[in-house]
Design a protein around this ligand. Sequence first.
Ligand code: FES
Ligand code: FES
Length: 152
Amino acid sequence: MKMGLKINGEFKEFDVDPSTTLLDLLREAGYMSVRRACDTGTCGVCTVLMDGKPVLSCAILALSADGHEITTVEGLKDDEDFQRLLDLFLSEGVDQCGYCNPGFLITAYAMKRELKNPTDEEIKMYLVGNLCRCSGYVGQMRALKKYLGVEE
Ligand code: FES
Ligand code: FES
């Protein structure tokens, strides 16, 4: 079936099987920052922005995203605020295997636009769907609080 998406600012058309997920479509189209792990809507590594809000691309059929705007890490590479977030992850030693990072970073980027001066609990709740198998989340919290401008 024919469908169209605006991906990272560029309109693209696709011919998809109705069972294709948004994750399958994005990876097959070359957006390899969008990772796959659980494939069941549990781990968050496949998170992308749909119309500015984080969604789990493995849990959405591509056809239900028809006409929407999708943003992946590739689309934020020239965004200064996103680069600052990346730099904070590096300087706070968050990066370990890095597999969860794209989903985590996309979610954090959306959180900054949605929550103003969040508490620790609100930050944790926003990130509840993003799992990291390498870390205890302490480094992520340090980096995020700096990124969000939240006082220690
Ligand atoms: S691969 Fe989508 S939530 Fe895990
Ligand atoms: S850094 Fe390895 S899964 Fe998060």
